[in-house]
Unconditional design. Sequence first.
Length: 352
Amino acid sequence: MPSFDIVRETQPTKSFRVASVIGKFDLQSEHIKEHFVGDIDLKTDWQIGLIVGKSGTGKTTIAKELFPDAYVTSYQYNAETILDDMPESCSVQDITNAFNSVGFSSPPSWLKPYSVLSNGQKMRVDLARAILEPNELFVFDEFTSVVDRNVAQIGSFAMQKAIRKTQKKFIAVTCHHDVRDWLLPDWIFDTDTMTFQNFEGQKKNRPTINFEIYQTTDKSIWKMFAKHHYLSHTHNNAANVFIATINDQVAGFLSVLHFPHPKTKNMKKVHRLVILPDYQGAGFGLLFLNHIAELYKKQKDRFTIVTSAPSLIHALKKSSKWALTSYGRKPNHSGLKETGSQNRITASFEMK
């Protein structure tokens, strides 16, 4: 699709209001004509494209004209949970894998209807649904338009990671140039200048961000993260608490407890680890965890974590810094009602 030449004409009915505006503003014609001409020289081996420009420069017109069957403005969500809004042909495993891949990794939120999610979560759910749909190509208009710019950038990076793990092709249409360095597109068409740039094959690196970690004695900050933890809203006040910020915004919570081991006296264990939904999917959880684990290792402590979060298990298995020590369901020999990690598939890791 090397070039396009699009003409859009509008001639409104000459109502009283139309005639009044034409007269008041001395418009020379009520006939409105727009002309968009450009070249988009798409190669075969690309996955992410970006159509960007100011409002009124033809982004939507061009996207609809060139990709009419793939153009998406919104999906219909009517079910009581977003799980049941996903394509019927998809298994639960397919759906949760898609959610995790786009950084929507909070199981409690999977049980909510779409209408109550944050704008950042909705953006990720839309992408997960597009990944699960059978279409190879999808084009999203108004991409990141309704979210905070910090959230838009982090979300864009998480999304491009998810797309590149599939065979899908994705085109973002937006008036926000700030997502360019985070979405890492293979090509860009700028409607401000009607120019095309091909970045296919270039190395894709995450932009530099301001990621900082602090220890705090204020245990009440857990309230900010409690509802986002995938298992429990409780927190042990004996735990040491660390906070992570991204571009000066609070984004992550990690707490550590001493683990009473019968043979090892210097065993530490992660008590709670939460990355707020808007910052999930970009690798901050593992970065945060590694930093705290290395801090304790320098103090000659052993450092462990037990988790049943699929995305974290996958990341830790891939990491050369962590050793898998156990995996599976833990038996319950107490005869009491199952609590803790019983009856769940969990993985235990220790930092090497």
